[in-house]
Write a protein that binds this ligand. Sequence first.
Ligand code: KG4
Ligand code: ZN
Length: 333
Amino acid sequence: MIVLGIETSCDETAAAVVRHGREVLANIVSSQLDLHRAFGGVVPDLASRQHLQRIEPVIQQALETAGVSWDRIEAVAATYGPGLASSLLVGWNVGRGLALTLGVPFVAINHLQAHLYSPLIEHGDKALPMIGLVVSGGHTVLAEVAGIGDHRVLGQTRDDAAGEAFDKVARLLGLRYPGGPEIERHATSGNPHAVEFPRGLAHDDSLDFSFSGLKTAVRYWLEKNPIKTEAQRADICASFQEAVVDVLVSKTIRAAEQRGIRQVSISGGVSQNRRLRQRMAEECAARKWRLLTVPAALCTDNAAMIAALADRYLNSATHRVSDHAVEPSACLT
Ligand code: KG4
Ligand code: ZN
């Protein structure tokens, strides 16, 4: 089956063509990063206007790159949430309109589920069951995935998302948006134990996360110790990154131990972080577990993960696709 996917939940206008849920024939992402960078974050009104301008050429480019004509598209999928409402509406409406015109099924996909299931694009069904950690700019969710559509949230952030913490701390440090890659770059030459920042909720019984206390701790530390050298900046970046990675890794491993599952996946924009990958890989290797990661192009927001999950749902015997043709909503279920 060939599925056209559309993603416009934040500041990326994306379209992709995916065959059989695993072969990514085209994955086009038009990023608005340069436009929003000047504001230090995404401006919703600007984002939706850009989606309106870019969505048609991006879809056209996806079909051309894939070498697929309209009559070969067998389903259309678009993100319905969570995300910026005015941005989501652009992709959702275009997708629904295309599906009606082509006379093919329309599948509305949850963005978080798409990140959660994105390891299946490369690793296939043998990725299941798994404990999936989704770490992005808007969300931090730990879930158990037993089968297609059979997932259960085990924990999530109670305040900021991991990526949001990277972005906010980068701002405090005078680094540009998005903060994750900038902090990672500066952290490489820093000492991760220069400052022992708090590990939010690390010792409570839940599998939830909290990053706002960490962000505040960095702010207070900087007020008392203004940065004077690049070496100091590197130390703060490394120490902050270590605090985030510590809790992400320890809670994910604890979740897998509690559930008796020996496969762990990390997905979403923050999963590109090399320190996170390294520490998670070490912990998994020590237990002889399998760590599933996602290629860079499928970590950050993209439409291939939307099309791939739609294919899975359309071909799942136990899953009713009508469940997904729903109005925008902001949950993982
Ligand atoms: O998944 P994504 O593209 O968008 C959302 O769905 O939110 O994730 C974007 C987030 C940003 O907060 C960005 O700072 C973070 O991912 N990020 C990183 C890295 N690359 C991107 N965070 C830490 N380390 C990185 N290398
Ligand atoms: Zn995302």
